[in-house]
Design a protein around this ligand. Structure first.
Ligand code: FMN
Length: 229
């Protein structure tokens, strides 16, 4: 028995998907912290860094669904990604919010890999029972009114439009605003305003708060797993 009550014979597995073009990004940093947190909780973690692995986000003919054949064999790359999802009890995606949505890199992974016959289109979904956490970093200031809109937009699209559509038993969006060193907000005229660049102790405090918030989202997400269905 591990300290979190999970029987070691049934060790949980997690797929952590990071979607950023820079390894030194805040996104990648929070993804690495998430991996460490999961490992402390007894999870075996598969870290999928889409950019580092050279994932091509563009749809192609091989991976285009064939609506007449849900047994279609997709490209080797896509089939390998499908196996990694199947091996995971939980999936956590860590990404920067772009235009109130997923960045193209992550969106392309969903488009190509969460495909017909695999992720949806069966009476008994293959992904049934899995759980998903979407950790999105956003440049908007936490008190910007857009944050509430962003939360609702992401919940509708990611929880309902993608995860529950694909049979996941639980999906949550953890939104992390204030992710920029210059906080951004819109004024009443739609003008984009930037706060001064944060530095020194203020920046340390900003990043520590983001780390703590990300960790709390993961803790809450894992705790929900312990609640019997
Ligand atoms: C193309 C693009 C679109 C963006 N769209 C949004 C947005 O809709 N809302 C928001 O709050 N921030 C937006 N941002 C800011 C990013 O969310 C922010 O730069 C990122 O989360 C910071 O994390 P990073 O340092 O790991 O890139 C956008 C940034 C880019 C480059």
């Amino acid at each position: 028995m591990s300290h979190n009550g999970i029987d070691s014979e049934h060790a949980r597995t997690a797929l952590v998907v990071v979607a950023h073009h820079r390894a030194d990004s805040l996104t990648a940093h929070l993804a690495r912290r998430t991996v460490a947190q999961l490992e402390r909780e007894g999870y075996t973690v598969d870290l999928l860094d889409l950019r580092a692995e050279g994932f091509d986000a563009r749809m192609n003919t091989e991976d285009q669904p064939d609506w007449g054949n849900r047994e279609k064999r997709y490209s080797e790359e896509t089939e390998a990604h499908m196996r990694r999802i199947l091996a995971a009890d939980i999936v956590i995606a860590v990404f920067p919010v772009y235009w109130l949505h997923l960045p193209a890199l992550l969106k392309g992974w969903i488009d190509r890999v969460w495909n017909y016959g695999f992720a949806y289109g069966r009476s008994k979904p293959r992904l049934a029972g899995k759980r998903m956490l979407w950790l999105g970093l956003a440049g908007a200031a936490a008190d910007d009114v857009i944050v509430e809109v962003m939360q609702q937009t992401l919940e509708g699209s990611l929880n309902l439009g993608i995860a529950y559509y694909c049979g996941f038993s639980h999906s949550a969006v953890g939104l992390l605003p204030d992710a920029e060193e210059r906080r951004q907000r819109l004024d009443a005229n739609g003008q984009l305003l930037f706060d001064p660049v944060t530095a020194g102790a203020e920046r340390e405090a900003q990043y520590s708060a983001l780390e703590a918030k990300a960790e709390a989202f993961v803790t809450e997400f894992l705790a929900a797993d312990q609640v019997p269905a």
